[in-house]
Write a protein that binds this ligand. Structure first.
Ligand code: 5GP
Length: 189
């Protein structure tokens, strides 16, 4: 997706330790016009699947997931990273965070994820695949099925894609970064 790659090259900042900062258009300030194009691209890649719901994880997955849900006219469920005291019929899983270097619990209510659901999972980044694997576990606990996973940016020099391939479902990343240097970003072809 050229529009996205051009934007990463223009406004992305790469850091020591393989972190790409995209705070000015995805992770802090958001560009809704770019987000709309991202939604359209996800429709092109997932629109043919027999899904009835989009699933994402807070916070930065919500914007692209909403765009896809809006375009396909499907509900969007976001998995929570903090366990609310009032949540009923809760399902939980544990996830290790690469950026924060800690393990945290994620949860969703069975009210919004059931055995009837066929979903696509959307997130901002694919790094080592921990968030995606945790959400996949939650969806399976609910008896639902993940039919595809979509990421805005994949860091292909990390293990996520390899690990997710074992799930045998389509994985789509709109920009695949193969190397991050000091203020240098290189994409896969
Ligand atoms: P994973 O679970 O695949 O290891 O990491 C994915 C999650 O970590 C994403 O939801 C994203 O929030 C965060 N993340 C991983 N790498 C980066 C990065 O280079 N930049 C930013 N902004 N977030 C990242």
């Amino acid at each position: 997706m050229k529009l996205l790659k051009d934007r990463i090259l223009r406004d992305g900042k790469s850091f020591e330790g393989g972190i790409l900062k995209v705070d000015s258009f995805i992770n802090h300030q958001m560009d809704p016009i770019l987000m709309k194009s991202i939604g359209v691209e996800f429709v092109r890649r997932f629109g043919h699947l027999p899904i009835n719901k989009i699933v994402t994880i807070e916070a930065s997955g919500i914007a692209p997931a909403i765009m896809l849900g809006y375009l396909l006219e499907l509900p969007v469920v976001f998995v929570k990273k903090a366990i609310p005291k009032t949540m009923e019929k809760m399902l939980t899983a544990s996830v290790y965070s690469f950026t924060k270097d800690k393990t945290y619990d994620i949860c969703v209510s069975r009210d919004f994820l059931t055995a009837d659901d066929r979903v696509v999972f959307i997130d901002d980044f694919l790094a080592n695949g921990n968030a995606a694997i945790g959400v996949h576990e939650l969806v399976e606990k609910a008896g639902a099925q993940v039919l595809g996973m979509g990421f805005i940016i994949e860091k292909s020099f990390q293990q996520g894609h390899l690990r997710l391939r074992e799930l045998n479902i389509p994985i789509e990343s709109l920009a695949r970064v193969k190397a991050l240097g000091d203020n240098k970003v290189e994409f896969e072809d």
